[in-house]
Ligand binder design. Structure first.
Ligand code: 6MZ
Length: 352
């Protein structure tokens, strides 16, 4: 990879809008964690081997990986630590605004869902003093866990938003796309909309025209992946047209899609189609730990694959401010950070 582009991408102030907490934990943090847990008498050698092994995993293998990681993130103090470490990683990568998403989880005898949520929110609050990054929380609904859990997670999200309206902003619908029927979840997602949440919905990670249509009808604020919508990727002209006309911003995770083989290679990524027609897009890492990537790497891969120059990379980051769930005040702050940064490196007079 061209060193000057990578260095530009690292320095560029960026917004991360698609990052799952447990998938974002670095190998370093996971190894530290496994050593601490080892000392308490549990042997995590098999987990360590899996974590440090090959990072080109199928989508199914990825979901096994999440279960392994979940078997290590089992207490509120661990959740606090991993959240802090993940925020530190993103801040160190030049991310100035981060929307972390996570699925409330309870561990029998060790942690309730409320404690899980509080641990993340506390860590986010603490990070304000530590790193130059604004962090928000999106509460995830895992399609694998069924509707009762979905309703429970929405209820938790409503309570957390009431207590922390500056942090808890959205609802994410995610999980293994091979499991669960969208129809079952639509009432919960509509209820989330009525409760004032912005929605970020995983969509068409694998081909499923009917489900994709139903998600588009919900008119969420953002879509995750939107992989199999273009006719080249198993979708149809009609579906593609519906997406484009909807103007719903799409969170694109290049490495995640290529490594899980839902997209053949970078060149064939739907970034190309969406970017060329000016559809709103934002680059994200999805699971930077699981896929061994960073947001700077993702910008650099986009630059190299689709021949974007530094101005276009800056614009990509600047435009993504529009799609954040942040307040207008915070968006203006972010716009200023990006403009000042550009002015500094180009020595240009004022940028409008
Ligand atoms: C769909 C994904 C995902 O919530 O425990 N998750 N869902 N597609 C993906 N693409 C690879 N990557 C992650 O983080 C892990 C959870 O995020 C969702 C899955 O539900 C996974 O269990 P949290 O912090």
């Amino acid at each position: 990879m061209d060193n000057s582009t990578l260095s530009f991408c690292k320095k560029l102030p960026k917004l991360e809008l698609h990052a799952h907490l447990n998938g974002s934990i670095s190998d370093k943090t996971l190894l530290e964690l496994s050593q601490t847990l080892d000392n308490k008498g549990t042997n995590y050698d098999n987990i360590k081997q899996f974590i440090m092994g090959c990072k080109d995993r199928s989508l199914e293998e990825c979901f096994k990986m999440f279960s392994l990681i979940h078997s290590m993130t089992v207490s509120a103090s661990i959740i606090r630590k991993v959240t802090k470490d993940v925020i530190e990683d993103f801040a160190g990568d030049g991310v100035v605004y981060l929307e972390l998403r996570s699925t409330p989880r309870q561990v029998e005898g060790s942690m309730t869902k409320n404690e899980y949520m509080d641990a993340i929110i506390e860590s986010i609050r603490e990070s304000k003093e530590l790193y130059p990054i604004i962090v928000k929380l999106i509460v995830s609904i895992d399609r694998k866990s069924g509707v009762t859990e979905a309703e429970e997670n929405l209820e938790l999200a409503i309570q957390a938003k009431e207590a922390n309206p500056d942090i808890v902003l959205g609802i994410d619908f995610s999980g293994n796309p091979a499991i669960g029927e969208i129809d079952d979840f639509i009432p919960v997602l509509q209820c989330a909309q009525k409760s004032g949440f912005s929605l970020a919905i995983h969509c068409a990670e694998v081909p499923c025209e009917l489900e994709t249509k139903k998600i588009l009808q919900l008119n969420p604020e953002r879509l995750g992946h939107a992989t199999c919508i273009h006719p080249d990727a198993g979708g149809s002209d009609e579906l593609w047209k519906t997406l484009i006309e909807s103007k719903i911003p799409v969170e694109l995770c290049l490495t995640s899609n290529v490594k899980t083989s839902t997209v053949k290679d970078y060149r064939n990524h739907h970034f190309d189609h969406l970017y060329k027609i000016g559809h709103p897009i934002v680059l994200g890492t999805d699971d930077k730990g699981v896929f061994s990537t960073s947001l700077s790497d993702e910008y650099c891969i986009a630059a190299k694959t689709f021949e974007l120059d530094n101005d276009q990379l800056w614009q990509l980051s600047y435009d993504s401010i529009n799609y954040a769930f942040a307040s207008e005040y915070e968006k203006e702050k972010l716009q200023k950070i990006l403009k000042d940064w550009k002015q500094n490196i180009t020595g240009n007079s004022k940028i409008d």
